[in-house]
Design a protein around this ligand. Structure first.
Ligand SMILES: [Zn+2]
Length: 490
């Protein structure tokens, strides 16, 4: 090999470095979190300062996400997270730290999923098996068929075309107005079960649906198979770009053939799931309780950083701040880290069921479950009678941007079973950041997407609201609220 002159070598090196120059600098977006310059000399002021200056909430999210990882309910990783959370609670001075078990059904473990087009361009693409559906037991090959049936009646039109086919469930070009909702949740589930049974009877191979997220993102969801008696079809979600390609190829009226492998598997027997509980006893009214919670369980395409290691870490941060300041609340502050949230609020439902007799003793329940974004207020869930006391509870946070108390209800996280049982239970309203377009249930859900100053503001908001609710003389009025459905959002 000839010797390369040093000058030439350094020129080549310079060119290489140039080629690897970083992206052009982008001006950082200003934070929406207002800066608090002074902290009042009150317990709330002490908690605000302690959390602002020494919060460990990012480190705890990173531990849950990077060290422990995805935490599907029923998995060993969730059990690991629960053991860790109990150890943290004890370290942070909580007492009565324990787990409460409930029956969950079969556990499910993701395997290796793959898909490859056997015709046309032959591309391999991302595919994510729907949890709690059966796997394919190795690769299967089948011709695709678009089956955009929205109910059993429409599905029956495909009779005797389904054998050996891999079905596309979503028609992205569907221009039909949506069918009116018939019946309640149970009726809808019964219809879904009847449709699955029809597909099984007709000999369909597998079912693919399009991810609800754009830009190559997958979306985790679950099938019906937690109950050992329920049968399922191998099912999976495909990101929008390859899915729409499959639909375009079918529109050419040519056979489109796929090789699909979905590796998920069930546990041999049903398992129990657990909620983790720990508390700081009230100094004057230990029998009255403010619950603060997040769900430790997650989906498993990412590591569950924003859904919902964030809410869990924020609940633990409240314990840390109480310990560091030495503040003892008048009422008991109880931290509950739920499980089975992603399968239908199973942990919080089980908690409400198991503690039916004690629900009157709850002052309030607060839940943080919309990712990393700053807290702007709480949904009042139709409880106008709670407005003035909630306004009092968030008053020390007004300068931090926590001001909203809309009457509307949020029903999609763990405060909802308490709310339905008549307990004043509220969900934090948060800046969306990139939650609903990005991290939520997708493979993007890693700590990269944390926004530390917003997350710390969220920890302040949850801690101070809980503290004030524990301290105030008055009790929040209970009662079951009958409310109309939320107005449709544009
Ligand atoms: Zn969540």
């Amino acid at each position: 090999m000839p010797r390369i002159p040093a000058a030439l070598l350094s020129l080549a090196l310079a060119a290489l470095l140039q080629a690897q120059a970083p992206f052009p600098a982008v001006a950082p977006t200003p934070s929406p979190v207002p800066v608090m310059r002074e902290y009042p000399d009150t317990p709330a002021g002490k908690l605000l300062r302690e959390i602002k200056e020494r919060a460990e909430v990012v480190a705890r999210v990173e531990h849950l996400s990077d060290v422990i990882g995805p935490r599907l309910t029923g998995s060993g990783q969730l059990r690991q997270a629960q053991a860790w959370a109990m150890a943290e609670m004890k370290k942070l001075g909580a007492v009565n730290v324990h787990e409460e078990a409930y029956d969950f059904g079969l556990a499910w473990t993701r395997g290796v999923d793959s898909a490859r087009l056997l015709t046309h361009n032959g591309i391999r693409f991302r595919v994510d098996q729907a949890a709690w559906t059966v796997g394919t037991q190795g690769p299967v090959k089948g011709d695709l068929l678009l089956v955009d049936a929205r109910n059993l009646e429409e599905l029956k039109a495909f009779k005797s075309q389904l054998k050996g086919r891999i079905l596309l469930r979503t028609n992205p070009d569907d221009k039909r107005p949506p069918l009116p909702r018939r019946g309640d949740m149970a009726a809808m589930q019964a219809e879904q079960a009847a449709m699955t049974q029809f597909l099984l009877d007709e000999g369909a191979l597998a079912l693919l649906q399009m991810s609800g997220r754009k830009n190559g993102l997958g979306f985790a969801s679950g099938g019906p198979g937690r109950d050992p008696g329920r049968r399922s079809l191998p099912s999976a979600t495909v990101p929008q770009e390859p899915y729409k390609m499959l639909v375009r190829l079918l529109a050419r009226k040519e056979p489109v053939k796929l090789e699909l492998s979905l590796g998920g598997s069930f546990s041999a027997a049903p398992v129990q799931a657990h909620n983790v509980v720990g508390e700081v006893p009230g100094r004057e009214k230990p029998g009255e309780v403010v619950i603060v919670g997040g769900h430790l369980d997650s989906w498993d395409l990412g590591t569950g950083a924003t859904d919902n290691a964030t809410g869990s870490a924020i609940a633990l941060e409240l314990l840390r701040a109480l310990q560091a300041t030495g503040l003892k609340p008048k009422r008991t502050i109880r931290i509950v880290l739920w499980s089975g949230e992603e399968q239908g609020l199973l942990g919080s439902r089980a908690y409400v069921e198991a503690h039916k007799a004690e629900l009157d003793a709850l002052q309030a329940v607060l839940v943080h479950d919309m990712g990393t974004g700053m807290v702007k207020g709480f949904t009042l869930q139709g409880r106008e009678a709670c407005r003035s006391l909630m306004a009092q509870a968030i008053a020390p946070l007004n300068d931090l941007g926590v001001r909203e108390l809309p009457l509307r209800a949020m029903n999609s996280t763990d405060h909802a079973p308490f709310d339905r049982a008549g307990v004043p239970a509220f969900a934090a309203i948060q800046e969306p950041v990139d939650y609903f377009l990005g991290t939520h249930h997708s493979q993007m859900d890693f700590p990269d997407h944390l926004v530390p100053d917003q997350l710390v503001q969220g920890a302040q908001a949850m801690a101070i609201t809980a503290w004030e609710l524990a301290e105030m003389d008055a009790r929040l009025p209970h009662g079951i609220v009958v409310r109309p459905a939320n107005p449709a959002r544009p």
